[in-house]
Design a protein around this ligand. Sequence first.
Ligand code: FES
Length: 353
Amino acid sequence: MFHPLRVSEVERLTDDSVAVTFAVPPELHETFRHTPGQHVALRRFVAGEEIRRTYSICAPAVAAPAAPVLRVGIRLVEDGAFSTYALKELAVGDAVDVMPPTGRFVLEPRAGHFAAVVGGSGITPVLSMAATLLARAPEARFCLIRGDRTVASTMFLDEVADLKDRYPDRFQLVTALSREEQQSGLDSGRLDRERLAGLLPALLPVADVDGWFLCGPLGLVQGAEAALKELGVGRGRVHQEIFHVEDGTAAVSDRQAAAVPAGAVLTATLDGRSGNWPVQEGESLLETVLRARSDAPYACKGGVCGTCRAFVVSGEVRMDRNFALEPEETDAGYVLACQSRPATPEVELDFDR
Ligand code: FES
């Protein structure tokens, strides 16, 4: 599932972020072709401990037969085991284990009017969406509303400016800086619900936007979602991806207090092979599977990336928290295995669906 890929470029974007490009050998071109908005999981081992992190692909999607460009944006997270390594040590020629692109926070290029509200490193997947859409769908329009602290801390300034130069009639850009005065006429300050509810109708015909993409820290995404709801935008047109959810965040649902049913057994299918195992007290269903199958898919183990998505074939599970699956996916029977605990004595999951 992981492929060792060589780093072909490390580009410093800001004091605390880099863009890392990997060389994809011809036999893996199809494996690493992405849909705009997707991410990849990277892996490294530190003192025998496996560390996985997901990073969004910032490069535009490239259609076959051209070689895909695998370039990800990485921002330093305080005490981040992977991001610190990426910023301070990673160099051209190093090999890194990379999982093929996944994720359903995507925009397939098509005609229409699309908009995104992003904060900080939330620009990363949206840059790929906007660049691909504008290049491939000549009728499409894209409005980007981005928030950051200062100009110096803003990732992909040049790339976004380039889109503005190339598509002046179809790409609209609004930048809000929270800690710096700016010349765009916008006051400094955060993009919160109240501000967005006032700003969005002044910028674009809200009701005519075909898809909204919200990406960034939890507070920004929740604020933008509330603003869109207030403006009458249907939930089906709103897509979101959250970066960096802290444990103990008020919005994180409490861990389900209910005990695991005595003698609970999990049956799981993965890569066409099934097995069943007893669920131990206190562990998630992902951990149950991982004890026997090290190839079970995961990255964040925090309910954010969606890599561990599985279909509940039978039985019931409770999820501790979910920042990755859309309501349609949970309604259809999908869960995040890393956040799931059995609610019935027998549960069957299918990771292949
Ligand atoms: S591993 Fe990321 S949501 Fe479960």
